[in-house]
Write a protein that binds this ligand. Structure first.
Ligand code: SAH
Length: 353
């Protein structure tokens, strides 16, 4: 029988499990605290739980922990990139960014991704599997332990499409913001999506207070389809209808991410079109000079085009920022560390054959 993942259980579920194994229900709160507040590394560390019950737990539950296989720190801005190995041997990456307003961790939500965005490194190998809630939590826990600094913000913007793993994502958000755990405010959690309307609506139904970011990258369907296969499935009108619903339910300001690619989506006309598309919305546009991925061939926009794009939006009174590039000296961009690691492994395996 497969062991149940104890770190993906909320407190109420853990109480049920503990009772079913013949222990007092209050033990569940103690164990929850060990796992989600003290961030312990295994049952062995739970010193106020009897050895006999800990042993019983070992026989009934899995206790997923991530192992750091690589860690790179940017000399430029202190951004730290982590490559973690999951219990099944897959690897994922996460990033710690230090801002004035606090420490933010960018987590992966899947191993690989099946959305196929043409400029993105994370999707080159397709989707391997979803991450469990515990594996999303662990990225934050391990980084907090390794850095010795409290994490105050989470962005679900690493590898994967979070709304393609919605159930686990929602559980993760509830547990990360639980007062019995790390107690990270939902307002400090941002979920970034390539734009799955059903997923956006389903997330709205959960009545969470998390921020939503849409990876927009183009002001119309035709241009968007050149960059994102998902735009073949859903028209922007459908995506925006779902976003409006999300905004009505939550009142949270929307973010539009727009990665600028030279000669594809960075013209003055496209800036005007973007301004018209989002006019009147409570939103922020985040302009990101595209990170060049060798296999993809897209080039980043020239600095003056980026500035010009921003000026046009500002003239139309749209809130806009150019994303400060974090850790560009450490391969920090979007799945590139994981990719160089798996490429290396593959090469080694190839040379052994
Ligand atoms: N699947 C989700 C979250 C992961 S991608 C989403 O699409 O939003 C996080 C962000 O990084 C997205 O805006 C994505 O479009 C962007 N991104 C991916 N590869 C990039 C690259 N090479 N350069 C710039 N931005 C990139």
């Amino acid at each position: 029988m497969a062991l149940k993942d104890i770190k993906s259980m909320n407190l109420a579920e853990l109480e049920q499990e503990v009772k079913a194994l013949g222990e007092k229900p209050y033990r569940a709160a103690q164990m929850y605290e060990w796992m989600h507040r003290k961030l312990c590394g295994g049952f062995g560390e739970m010193t106020n739980i009897s050895a006999a019950f800990r042993e019983k737990c070992e026989g009934n539950f899995s206790f997923p922990v991530l192992r750091v296989v690589d860690r790179l720190e940017s000399a430029a801005d202190g951004t730290c990139k982590f490559l973690f190995e999951l219990p099944d041997g897959n690897v994922i990456e996460s990033v710690l960014m230090k801002y004035r307003h606090g420490n933010s961790v960018c987590i992966s939500s899947q191993v690989g991704c099946r959305m196929g965005c043409r400029f993105c490194a994370s999707t080159l190998g397709g989707l391997t599997r979803n991450l469990a809630p515990s594996e999303m939590l662990e990225q934050v826990y391990e980084i907090q332990k390794l850095s010795g600094q409290r994490v105050s913000h989470i962005v679900v913007m690493g590898t994967g499409e979070p709304l393609d793993n919605l159930e686990n994502l929602v559980r993760f958000i509830r547990m990360a913001s639980d007062g019995n755990g790390l107690n990270i405010s939902q307002r400090n959690i941002t979920v970034s999506t390539c734009g799955l309307p059903d997923g956006i609506r389903a997330l709205a139904e959960e009545e969470l207070a998390v921020n939503l970011a849409l990876s927009l990258h183009a002001p119309n369907d035709a241009d968007r389809r050149k960059l994102m296969p998902v735009a073949e499935r859903y028209a922007l009108t459908e995506v925006f209808a779902a976003l409006d619903e999300y905004y009505e339910r939550t009142g949270r300001r929307l973010t539009f991410e727009y990665s600028l690619v030279a000669n594809v989506n960075d013209s003055a006309q496209q800036a005007e079109e973007l301004a018209a598309l989002i006019k009147g919305k409570n939103c922020l546009v985040n302009l990101i000079p595209v990170n060049e991925v060798k296999e993809r061939g897209f080039k980043r926009s020239r600095a003056e085009n980026i500035q010009n794009f921003k000026n046009i939006l500002e003239k139309k009174r749209i809130n806009v920022t150019i994303r400060r590039e974090m850790g560009s000296d450490i391969n920090a961009a979007c799945g590139q560390l994981r990719k160089s690691y798996t490429d290396r492994l593959r090469q080694q395996e190839g040379s052994r054959e």
